[in-house]
Design a protein around this ligand. Structure first.
Ligand SMILES: CCCCCCCC/C=C\CCCCCCCC(=O)SCCNC(=O)CCNC(=O)[C@H](O)C(C)(C)COP(=O)(O)OP(=O)(O)OC[C@H]1O[C@@H](n2cnc3c(N)ncnc32)[C@H](O)[C@@H]1OP(=O)(O)O
Length: 273
């Protein structure tokens, strides 16, 4: 299935999971990507093996997540607003996906849709319309290029998540530079994505950022995060934000995520706060 010659299903050259796919012309590209992602997650869960860390993943119903994902737009694919620098970096990471070391992570306007409606009820959003209109914060703009343009790649064996980030003009803080809150958002999302893949359902308990150099709007930076330690429900991570050439350190951060008690639903967790 993972031989160098490729996947037995996939027709998609850049399939994030089985990139050198042996082509089978009648398979739909989108189906294959998510089937592959599904298989890979199961395989990865099996490899990591440590029941506790993976409890959130195994109980979260990837099937539900994947079936919803199939019907949704993937915002982590290139669009016309991406600069050449962003495209080059994206291509470099896709290249590194080919031997399976890295995985491209698709991205939607939501994170946990299967629990969403109940959760939103408990949060007292007033109308069904408001509940339906909720969006993952960094995916909240419809116009390409004006806000958060980003794509993430995961290295499971290193427990590392990187994010290619191109901040658009609506993220301005000081003139011409990204607002520190937008930097915090993309750090939280990247570190959070890494923690989710290692520990399942988690929430940020602490995020500490040192801002070293401002990020020019329209530039491309690499947010590089990794899990440093897992102690019971606590997941400790660290992160650096650097320019593409690695010469400029824009920010560095540490974070603590807490795995939500797997005996309670996310809704119960939230309503007991
Ligand atoms: C099928 C899935 C597919 C997934 C696809 C993934 C794609 C990935 C890509 C993109 C992902 C985007 C990801 C987005 C991520 C965004 C994340 C956020 O922004 S979260 C919002 C902000 N955070 C909050 O609002 C939390 C508010 N706080 C709480 O709810 C609670 O305090 C919580 C849950 C954090 C902990 O509460 P307790 O009651 O469960 O646990 P207690 O007992 O208080 O703490 C447990 C242990 O942790 C320590 N602890 C807790 N908070 C701490 C803190 N701030 N500092 C230090 N220690 C702390 C405690 O001292 C305790 O330690 P001792 O066990 O006694 O040793």
């Amino acid at each position: 299935m993972f031989s160098k010659r490729g996947c037995s299903h996939c027709t998609f050259q850049n399939c994030p999971v089985r990139p050198y796919a042996k082509r089978k012309p009648n398979t739909k590209q989108a189906d294959c990507i998510y089937d592959c992602l599904d298989l890979w997650l199961v395989k990865w869960a099996g490899l990591l093996g440590d029941g506790h860390q993976l409890h959130g993943i195994s109980t979260f119903s990837f099937q539900t997540w994947l079936s919803q994902a199939r019907q949704s737009k993937d915002y982590a694919l290139p669009n016309s607003s991406w600069s050449q620098g962003m495209m080059d970096l994206y291509s470099r990471f896709l290249e590194m996906c080919k031997d399976g070391t890295w995985k491209r992570i698709p991205s939607y306007t939501w994170l946990y849709r299967s629990t969403q409606l109940n959760l939103k009820k408990s949060l007292k959003l007033t109308s069904e319309k408001e509940r339906k209109e909720t969006r993952l914060f960094p995916r909240n703009m419809d116009t390409e290029g004006v806000g958060f343009e980003y794509a993430m790649f995961l290295n499971p064996s290193e427990k590392r998540m990187v994010c290619l980030f191109q901040p658009g003009p609506y993220l301005e803080g000081h003139p011409g530079f990204a607002h520190g809150g937008s930097t915090a958002t993309i750090i939280d999302s990247t570190i959070g994505g890494c923690a989710i893949f290692v520990a399942g359902r988690v929430m940020t308990a602490n995020l500490s950022i040192n801002y070293r150099n401002p990020i020019p709007l329209g530039s491309v930076v690499l947010v590089d995060s990794k899990v440093d330690q897992v102690e019971g429900r606590k997941v400790f991570l660290s992160c650096q934000v650097r320019s593409i050439d690695g010469q400029t350190l824009h920010a560095e951060a540490t974070a603590l995520f807490i795995r939500l008690d797997s005996t309670k639903s996310l809704q119960q967790q939230m309503s007991s706060q």
